[in-house]
Ligand binder design. Structure first.
Ligand code: GLN
Ligand code: ZN
Length: 754
């Protein structure tokens, strides 16, 4: 007997804690400063306050099992018993964290981005012989814990198809094996779990299948049909909600419609209601409140969408477009924000209130089903994320058409001009920009923000740090130096703080991975650069050395990708506004005598649309924006770019089209793949030779080996020598040792090649 789906719900909620309580508890536990009991108590309290808060706000459908000590995909691997042998330890929590973070002599599982978000999940390893078994302790535990508080919940699980599509084949699996081959076995474990949840009296279970909003092969769609056909036909189970978010279900919609699941959640912010009639007879959980952005929902448009869906499909519940994991907790705490801006913002708390309000309006008397729906463009999303008032500044901004980039001189001309000016040796050694951020600097920045020290005192500390970093690089023998980025808290926030059109929050933390959070800036208006941002630091650094100092900028795509962005303008237009500002900064650096300028675009890959049909267009304008940002530089200025975590091999043509003189790419974890494809690359290239994500210091022999390997594909006169990424998170001790070995390896090879 199926109970009807609650009128209002959210697909998930932040879990790190409004004051990052979980982060602190995890780090204390990892460092041995606290025990398991304290960690568990913090976690329990966070779950309790979340459920109580959601209930107090009037939300009817409360999710559970949305808490995680690290990541929900890793939790699913544990749930299914898919724990690779090498990680197994006596203590279950030790096993869990070994997979997430590694252990003595054991590298962690791979981590990668969750669809097109800045959240990272742990990639499970599945092989032909992985022995699946049910470990239902976590979802059952959360159901019971909430029930003890008098609250009924809906456990949320990563669905079997998405889980297997996100997994990677265990190393050593036979050719042609794909984790999805194990679908039947995995579905049996889900079936057992559903039986246990039914026995526990659980009415509804949510299975997240965001993988269904990307292009799927007929075989994958058949897997969806098989999995949900099988689970749907179980005798003894809770009602099933399948949640597909971050876009349109497309071909997967009729497939799901044909299975016996009771409800389907649609993302009506990013996707459309296209084909929703097929879901008649099921409940449509309509995601009209954005889980990805921070603007208040346009109530009238959302209501029109809800009514249109109800008209076409019948039963509708109101929800968020996806989990609220991707937004901060509560905008009311941001007392430092301009009140006019704050009034336009909704974080997780406010979004829950919006869902509740919309559900009330939808059910209001005089608005019974059957009444003519309010006009909404057929099948179109209602774009509820639109700000209600237009942002300050001219909404038109400047037009991208005015920015047709003439491009720079041909590479051969540039290369000759730069060789003449920079006089670099063969295999030049450089770094990606940041040097270790000392506790002293972080404390000074906090003291400056709190008004405890003055601007002048802070500046002199930054200067002293630049002096130290330049002296160190000279002593080690690097060829292109950097100032070390000591003035930056973060490569995006720093620029946001210095550009008009951006606001930054105090408490707006969003989980990035594990205990790590970022505070994405809010891009709310037209972007302008009131004055040069980085020039004085670069100039100061250059005044200390006769070697070239590289100016360091973050690229327009990355600044936008790692911010919450106004949605009243096309994304492309916003990116071009940021590109204008970067272009001005490039010009000013050049005028200040800086001969090498790096514009980082580590997020280029992240914004690639999930659907192939939309990818070419995105890559075209993203590349054009980068070229606009950099093409004001003369042929004598060497432009570098840097990409990391980017699955660079997948977008190599676009990276090449950036037309940078030198490109550095993270490659410690994807070496073969990167080197396998860069043969066609026609300009300077620096595949990383030092994995900065690990405390390990590579010796000179190892670096030499990596460089020799690279020399098989990249000619010596185009190969650069650099770490994988910025050195910010490492210690000076590790960095000094590693860079000394990198320089040593480069000079050995230089001798052989000259
Ligand atoms: N220049 C930045 C740094 O070195 C680049 C960081 C990044 O690619 N994520 O820190
Ligand atoms: Zn990087």
């Amino acid at each position: 007997m199926t109970s009807s789906f609650p009128a209002s719900t959210v697909l998930g909620y932040p879990r790190i804690g409004p004051d990052r309580e979980l982060k602190r508890a995890l780090e204390a536990y990892w460092e041995g400063r606290s025990g398991r009991a304290e960690l568990e108590e913090t976690a329990r309290r966070l779950r309790e306050s979340t459920w109580r808060r959601l209930a107090a706000l009037g939300l009817e459908g409360l999710p559970s099992n949305t808490f995680s000590y690290y990541d929900q995909v890793l939790d699913t691997a544990v749930l299914l018993g898919a724990v690779p042998e090498r990680y197994r330890q006596d203590d279950d929590l030790a096993t869990y964290f070994a997979m997430a973070r590694g252990a003595e002599g054991l590298a962690p599982l791979r981590m990668t981005k969750w669809f097109d978000t800045n959240y990272h999940y742990i990639v499970p390893e599945i092989g032909p012989d992985t022995a699946f078994s049910l470990d239902a302790a976590k979802p059952l535990g959360e159901v019971r814990e909430a029930r003890a508080l008098g609250l009924e919940t809906r456990p949320v699980l990563v669905g079997p198809v998405t889980f297997l599509l996100l997994a990677q084949a265990e190393p050593g699996s036979p050719d042609g094996f794909a984790p999805l081959d194990r679908l039947d076995d995995v579905v049996e474990v889900y079936a057992r779990l559903l039986a246990e949840l039914a026995a526990e009296g659980v009415a509804w279970v949510q299975l997240d299948e965001p993988a269904l909003v990307a292009d799927r092969t007929p075989a994958e769609l058949a897997a969806v049909e098989a999995a949900y056909g099988r689970l749907g036909r179980l005798e003894n189970r809770p009602a099933l909600l399948v949640a597909a978010y971050f876009g349109d279900l497309g071909d997967a919609l009729p497939v799901l419609a044909g299975t016996p699941v009771e409800a389907v959640a649609l993302d009506l912010v990013r996707g459309t209601a296209h084909g929703v009639e097929a879901l008649a007879g099921k409940t449509v959980v309509a995601g009209v409140v954005s889980g990805r952005n921070v603007w208040r929902t346009d109530r009238d448009r959302a209501l029109a969408t809800l009514r249109a869906v109800r008209e076409r499909a019948g039963r509708v519940a109101v929800s968020t477009s996806c989990s609220l994991l991707h937004v901060p907790y509560d905008v009311e705490r941001e007392t430092g924000l301009d009140p006019a801006l704050r009034a336009r913002l909704a974080f997780a708390e406010q979004k829950v209130a919006e869902v509740v309000e919309l559900a009330g309006l939808l059910a209001a008397p005089g608005d019974l089903p059957g009444q003519p729906p309010a006009p909404a463009e057929d099948g179109q999303p209602a774009a509820p994320g639109r700000p209600q008032t237009s942002p300050p500044g001219s909404p038109s901004g400047s037009r991208p058409e005015g920015r047709a980039s003439q491009g720079r001189a041909p590479y051969a001309v540039r290369a000759a001009a730069q060789a003449e000016r920079l006089k670099l040796p063969l295999l030049p050694v450089t770094t990606i920009g940041s040097f270790p951020q000392t506790g002293e600097l972080r404390r000074a920045r906090a003291a400056l923000a709190a008004g405890e020290i003055g601007e002048a005192e802070y500046e002199s500390m930054v200067r002293a740090e630049i002096e130290r970093v330049i002296a160190l690089q000279e002593r080690l023998g690097l060829d292109v130096l950097v100032h070390g980025e000591p003035e930056r808290n973060d490569m995006v926030q720093y620029f946001a703080e210095h550009l008009d059109g951006f606001a930054v929050t105090r408490h707006g933390w969003v989980q990035s991975y594990g205990s790590r959070c970022t505070r994405p800036p809010i891009l709310y208006g037209d972007v302008r650069r009131p004055e040069p941002i980085t020039v004085r630091w670069a100039r100061y650094a250059q005044s200390l050395t006769s070697k070239p100092v590289k100016g360091m900028l973050t690229g327009p795509v990355t600044i936008v990708a790692w911010s919450f962005v106004r949605d009243d303008l096309p994304l492309r237009e916003v990116v071009f506004q940021v590109a204008d500002a970067v272009r001005e900064e490039v010009r000013d650096l050049e005028e200040a005598g800086i001969g090498v300028i790096q514009v980082d675009e580590p997020a280029l890959r992240e914004l690639v649309p999930l659907r192939r049909a939309e990818q070419a267009e995105y890559l075209e304008w993203a590349v054009e924006a980068y070229r606009w940002a950099t093409s004001g530089a003369s042929e004598h200025t060497q432009i570098h770019t840097h990409l990391c975590y980017s699955d660079a091999d997948q977008i190599l043509a676009a990276i090449d089209a950036l037309d940078a003189d030198v490109t550095s790419i993270e490659s410690a974890r994807s070496r073969g793949r990167v080197l396998g494809v860069v043969g066609g690359f026609s300009r300077g290239l620096g595949p990383g030779v030092y994995d900065i994500h690990s405390p390990r210091v590579p010796d000179a022999d190892e670096v030499e080996r990596l460089l020799s390997e690279a020399l098989r594909t990249v000619p010596a006169d185009r190969l650069w020598v650099n770490p994988d990424c910025g050195l910010k998170t490492r210690s000076y001790e590790q960095v000094e040792a590693a860079l000394a070995n990198v320089v040593e390896a480069a000079s050995r090879l230089r001798r052989r090649h000259s």
